[in-house]
Design a protein around this ligand. Structure first.
Ligand code: AMP
Length: 282
């Protein structure tokens, strides 16, 4: 397993693999890796001959008041995890390697990015689409792996790959949770002991919503209402949104008459956490 900081070296390595007829999987991450990331690396290792894990806290996808500076970083820990899960390269560039002076090209998207996290994080998806396009161009993988935890991101990337004719298979992987249900996230390290307990309202609300869907409830307002009521009972929680949207367009729907995503963002203290379920997985 090699840590590579520059683009030319990654390209040279991938070219070498291609000459040998090997397939390549890409797992884009912002580092501080946990078992959620590990599950993506496992999936890539299973499907491909070689796996590249990118480990880059992408400044472009953070808003001016967001946590770019405080985002946790630990490349040595990440290297050990990638190696243990069969990854071959960590691509760990400096921001200046990805965004040279005078950088002025962007990949942006309408419609799908106008709901959910796109509403509260207006520059986020432009940053995500731009950096993922760059990673796709640098690595040129056969397949790329994304977690369903960031469900809107997964839909956006699928749509981008389709719109822009990127010849890369986009694979969505299930949410990995702590034993008590909290979705694993690098941002969970921000939570103090009380907040960690309070954060359980997200996965509890997901379970509540899933149970309602399983029992045949079709009215989105009723499902959302019950989930919000549960979250609002926790004093440390402040809801950003709880919404049900069409799986593909990310537009809100009143009734469960098609495959849908029920997604939420909730502040626990100062930490913004997300969770969700797809009705097709219920
Ligand atoms: P991040 O480093 O948070 O940008 O995440 C990198 C990738 O890992 C994204 O595709 C995430 O959706 C995925 N991921 C993060 N947490 C989890 C989790 N708990 N379960 C599954 N995938 C995850």
């Amino acid at each position: 397993m090699k840590i590579i900081n520059n683009i030319d070296e990654v390209r040279a390595q991938v070219k070498e693999w291609r000459k040998q007829g090997l397939t390549v999987g890409l797992v884009p991450t912002m580092g501080y890796l946990h078992e959620g990331h590990a599950s993506l690396i496992d999936a890539s290792h299973r499907d491909n001959d070689r796996t590249v894990v990118s480990d880059f806290v992408n400044p472009m996808q953070f808003g001016p008041t967001e946590d770019l500076e405080s985002y946790p970083r630990d490349i040595e820990h990440d290297a050990a995890l990638v190696e243990a899960h069969g990854g071959d390269i960590i691509f760990h560039p400096e921001p200046s390697e990805m965004y040279h002076e005078g950088f002025s090209s962007f990949v942006d998207m309408t419609v799908l990015t106008e709901e959910l996290c796109g509403l509260s994080r207006p520059v986020h998806f432009r940053g995500v689409c731009t950096v993922v396009s760059k990673l796709f161009n640098i690595v040129q993988p056969d397949r790329a792996y994304f977690g369903k935890k960031d469900a809107q991101q997964l839909a956006v990337i699928r749509h981008m790959a389709d719109d822009l004719n990127m010849d890369i298979e986009i694979i969505g992987c299930p949410i990995i949770r702590e034993a008590d249900g909290l979705a694993k996230s690098s941002r969970n390290t921000y939570l103090n002991a009380d907040e960690r307990k309070a954060a359980l309202v997200l996965s509890q609300a997901v379970k509540l919503g899933m149970d309602m869907v399983r029992n045949g409830e079709k009215n989105c307002a009723d499902i959302i209402g019950a989930m919000k009521k549960h979250i609002e009972a926790e004093p440390l929680a402040k809801i950003d949104y709880v919404k049900i949207v069409d799986c593909k367009t990310m537009q809100q729907i009143p009734e469960l008459d098609r495959p849908a995503l029920c997604a939420m963002a909730v502040y626990i203290g100062k930490t913004r956490l997300i969770d969700n379920f797809f009705t097709e997985d219920v």
